[in-house]
Design a protein around this ligand. Structure first.
Ligand SMILES: NC(=O)c1ccc[n+]([C@@H]2O[C@H](COP(=O)([O-])OP(=O)(O)OC[C@H]3O[C@@H](n4cnc5c(N)ncnc54)[C@H](O)[C@@H]3O)[C@@H](O)[C@H]2O)c1
Length: 241
């Protein structure tokens, strides 16, 4: 690990209050970054130390515009954007609802996309980076996850297209796709579902820790990954080999 990869680097991180986003915030701070953590969770944000915080719902375009403006004003610019905020729903096809689809796409796809649009007005040519956290389920079939997987697949496709669109500016866009990770997100799966399916998406290595995924995100955002753009980095412990 390089102690100075992010010295003075200005980084908004969405979803910074919990799980993978929180571990990412802490990893970046430990490497010298100036972090602006954005989340809905007021208490989770308040318990972070050494970072600027901002309460916002990323599914609101107005809130995202305001959050990016606040990040620029607070940090004095944006060097790297990391979109981690996301929600999961267990949606057996028989009970799939328009409300579930709409909410999953609003938070998991539209929110990060608008964050990218706004941050790109500020990211520096030559060194700017966007990391979008997708999911291994974006490209691999997982039962009861049709809506979630579709929202993450859309974010993956968005990220690849955006990488091609901004490569001439020397800005990198890297989708990072975790497999099952031990965070609050994966709790709350209804007890009446056949849980045997879960074995399919679980690595023999067990679930990742949020810190393991944060390490991959930090790598993708760092100069160590300077030649990686428009390529998904999948961190799923070999669940889909
Ligand atoms: N945990 C896993 O197994 C797993 C696997 C693959 C991908 N992911 C993705 O990783 C990301 C982080 O998930 P996690 O596992 O750390 O979950 P988590 O629930 O611990 O953290 C998600 C964070 O996003 C925030 N958030 C949710 N909706 C928001 C909104 N509308 N506006 C602002 N903030 C919002 C939550 O408050 C929370 O702090 C998500 O995008 C998730 O889809 C997780």
């Amino acid at each position: 690990m390089s102690a100075s990869r992010f010295d003075g680097t200005k980084v908004p991180v969405t979803g910074g209050a919990s799980g993978i986003g929180r571990a990412t915030v802490q990893r970046l701070v430990s490497e010298g970054a100036l972090v602006f953590a954005v989340d809905l969770d007021v208490e989770g944000l308040a318990s972070l130390e050494g970072v600027h915080t901002h309460v916002a719902d990323v599914s609101s375009e107005e809130a995202v515009v305001t959050a990016v403006a606040a990040a620029v004003e607070t940090l004095g610019g944006i060097d790297v954007l990391i979109n981690v905020a996301g929600i999961h729903r267990t949606t057996p096809i028989e009970t799939l609802s328009v409300d579930d689809l709409t909410r999953l796409f609003a938070v998991n796809t539209v929110g990060p996309a608008i964050f990218c649009r706004e941050a790109l007005r500020h990211l520096p040519d030559g060194t700017g980076v966007i990391v979008n956290v997708t999911s291994s389920s974006a490209a691999h079939g997982n039962p009861y996850m049709t809506a979630y997987s579709a929202s993450k697949g859309a974010l993956l496709a968005f990220s690849l297209a955006l990488a091609a669109e901004v490569v001439h500016r020397g800005i990198r866009v890297v989708p990072v796709s975790p497999g099952t990770t031990a965070t609050p997100l994966i709790e709350g799966i209804p007890a009446d579902l056949d849980m045997s399916y879960y074995a399919r998406i679980r690595s023999l290595m067990g679930p990742a820790t949020p810190e393991q995924i944060a390490g991959v995100i930090a790598f993708a955002a760092s100069p160590d990954a300077a030649y990686i753009t428009g390529a998904e980095i999948r961190a799923d412990g070999g669940s889909h080999v």
